[in-house]
Design a protein around this ligand. Structure first.
Ligand code: DC
Length: 671
């Protein structure tokens, strides 16, 4: 399983050029394919969902080619696809599946439409039934009312009145409306029940009009497509930036940007035709500072140092962007209730259940109902906790939870799922969000890193991570559990479940003080042995990164700068000769009234160094970008002063260049 580790973020600022809207891109692709004439689609989204639509259209014989500017030219087929028999795979792209089902039902050929297993769990029966009342010939190939579907030529009934449910997915109505001009007869669509996600239907009508078909409507209840309606290319069609994708960056601004340096999204503005653009109003209602222009929107924290406020919102009009509010709610004062969101349950995953489950992992109090989600923000008694977030193959879950990193470090599993709508999301995120700084101090045993690191941390008010202690604790826990230090799987499973609590005066293992026990020579040797086991290192990786909190961290060990915090703002390699280090060790042992023999200690220390340097994973070495601090003739005070001096010389990202989050991704086993 791939993952991405995000440290705690301090602030956000900057501009993001948005990728094209998914909803517009897939509608525009389909209408351009159906139209008479050639259409140039500009700023089309390039993502998994649009790729599925393009592949399907190509399989149906629609000709598409790139323009010199990298845009897409679509040769419309005038309502009749050249390929009359095909099997189409549409992944988990709801916008492609629903609209193609409707359109192909009247396209006169024989088609099979399939998707990923989750697509086959998403209901489509209401759309199929509506299409059948107009004479469509559709069969569910597995479970009645669900994909995959077999479509045969329709036996079109003129003058039909079609009823469609409006409360499951607005894509049913959108698909039907886009398809009906192909039937060639006058048809009226009546909506049964409350129509959800109305702005998406508005978007469909807007695009149909741009492609030459004007639908007569009676509010949200009835829509009529005139006989003889046919799509005609508008020539050039410019796709707006994606308003749902914009929500993550506007939220970043509302949580972490100052009014002077807000986060700005470009490509979507106050007159956008996408409903999710109204997410900006929800942020404003929470107190965020929102500014809108024709083609950009910016967001920042509330003015006057005030906190964001929780809201109670009917989210029917912004079903996708509303998910983002569930995470913004963590940074607000007072509860937030997102109501009228039943449609979340039939999206890429059951989004109400997914958001509730993952928020709870962060120690957030959540109440989940059939069609609402209530979020209680953290407080001193219920602080946020670092967590490993599952994303359910749902791009929006992954993008939403990236925002929680403003409260706590977290690991996002399968971050690549964002490719559905926003392939380079995390790169863009890293370009506007500023992580808490890290100072990584590595070096061999007894080089003085512990004392220096702890004092540097204290001087800066930063957190301190003694990573060696985690290996020592693992060795001790393994010894107590009777697990051999060479048993990689056994020790790794102990490492993954370590019940550790660091506190001001020491450390507890399973509730027991072990600060002294882990410093014994035997545990030094055990730590060095278990630290050579790759599965143990993997099991302790996120536990270490979870220390990467605001306002900053000093981490000491062997691989702080190379593996655990490769993007550390300052990397120091601290060393001294084996003889000097052995003398220091002897002094420490004598102070603790423990036996100490210099030559034995030096031999043991050299053996441990050799093992730490020679191991294949995360060996002890000076990184190319680490500064060498030789403490042979330096006291602790001087070493601390040197590190602080180096740190203060580094230009702060917000004073100098951009700080880009090192993407700490990887592949992990399920330890
Ligand atoms: O720093 P220390 O002596 O407490 O470390 C104990 C052992 O743990 C040491 O032999 C090497 C190992 N270690 C490691 O491999 N990686 C780290 N980041 C820290 C310690």
């Amino acid at each position: 399983m791939t993952f991405l580790d995000l440290p705690q973020m301090l602030s956000a600022s900057g501009s993001v050029a948005l990728p094209g809207s998914k909803s517009i891109s897939n509608r525009a692709l389909l209408l351009a394919a159906l139209a008479q004439g050639e259409t140039e689609l500009r700023a089309l989204l390039d993502s998994d969902d649009t790729a599925r639509m393009r592949e399907a259209l190509a399989a149906l014989g629609v000709l598409m080619s790139a323009t010199d500017d990298g845009d897409l030219r679509v040769s419309g087929c005038g309502g009749r696809f050249p390929v009359r028999q095909a099997e189409l795979f549409l992944g988990n792209a709801g916008t492609a599946f629903r609209s193609l089902t409707a359109v192909l039902a009247f396209a006169g050929g024989e088609y099979v439409l399939k998707g990923v297993p989750r697509m086959h769990e998403r209901p489509i029966g209401d759309l199929v039934d509506a299409l059948k009342t107009c004479g469509a010939n559709i069969e569910s190939l597995e479970k009645e009312g669900f994909p995959p579907l077999l479509l045969r030529p329709a036996d079109i009934r003129p003058g039909s009145v079609v009823k469609i449910r409006g409360d499951v997915s607005s894509q049913f109505l959108s698909g039907l409306l886009m398809a009906l001009p192909l039937a060639g007869v006058e048809t009226t669509v009546e909506v049964d029940g409350e129509l959800i996600s109305k702005p998406y239907v508005e978007l469909t009508l807007n695009l149909m009009a741009r492609f030459g078909v004007t639908v007569k409507r009676e509010g949200w209840r009835a829509f009529s497509i005139p006989a003889g309606a046919c799509y005609r290319s508008p020539g050039v069609y410019q796709v707006e930036g994606d308003a749902s994708s914009a929500s993550y960056f506007l939220a970043l601004g509302a949580i972490g940007a100052s009014v002077e340096n807000p986060v700005r999204v470009e490509g979507v503005g106050r007159n956008a035709i996408q409903g999710d653009v109204r997410f900006a109003d929800a942020l404003a209602a929470m107190g965020a500072t929102v500014t809108e222009s024709e083609d950009w929107i910016s967001a920042a924290r509330p003015t006057g140092g005030k906190p964001l406020r929780g809201i109670h919102l009917d989210c029917n009009h912004i079903p996708d962007a509303a998910m983002t509010l569930a995470v913004v709610a963590l940074f607000a004062q007072g509860e937030t209730t997102l109501a009228n969101i039943a449609s979340w349950r039939v999206k890429e995953t059951d989004r109400i259940a997914a958001m509730a489950a993952e928020l709870r992992k962060l120690n957030v109090r959540v109440e989940e109902g059939a069609d609402f989600l209530k979020i209680v923000p953290p407080d001193a008694a219920h602080p946020l906790q670092p967590a490993v977030i599952d994303t359910y193959d749902d791009h929006r879950v992954a993008m939403c939870f990236s925002l929680a990193s403003f409260g706590v470090p977290l690991r996002i599993r399968d971050p690549g799922c964002v490719a559905k709508t926003f392939p380079d999301y995390f790169d863009r995120f890293g370009a506007v969000a500023q992580p808490a700084p890290v100072i990584a101090i590595d070096g061999p045993t007894a080089s003085g890193k512990g004392a220096v690191s702890a004092r540097v941390a204290r001087a800066l008010g930063f957190h301190y991570l003694d990573s060696g202690a985690l290996y020592r604790l693992t060795a001790l826990a393994a010894r107590e559990a009777g697990v051999d230090w060479a048993d990689e799987a056994g020790v790794a499973s102990i490492a993954a479940r370590l019940d550790v609590m660091f506190h001001a005066d020491g450390v507890r293992l399973n509730g027991r003080e072990v600060g002294e026990a882990i410093r014994h020579e035997e545990m030094s040797s055990g730590a060095s042995k278990v630290a050579a086991l790759p599965a143990v290192r993997e099991a302790l990786l996120f536990r270490q990164r979870a220390f990467h909190c605001a306002p900053g961290l000093v981490g000491d060990g062997r691989d702080m700068g190379s593996v655990v915090f490769p993007g550390a703002r300052l990397k120091v390699f601290l060393t001294a000769s084996p003889a000097v280090r052995a003398e220091r060790r002897v002094r420490q042992l004598l102070e603790r009234n423990e036996p100490a023999n210099l030559s034995v200690i030096q031999a043991d220390l050299e053996a441990r160094d050799a093992r730490d340097r020679a191991r294949p994973v995360a060996p002890l070495k000076q990184e190319a970008d680490a500064l060498l601090l030789d403490t042979e003739y330096l006291g602790v005070d001087e070493a601390v002063a040197k590190v602080l001096d180096w740190y203060h010389q580094i230009p702060l990202p917000w004073r100098g260049g951009r700080g880009v989050i090192p993407l700490c991704g990887g592949v992990a086993g399920e330890a």
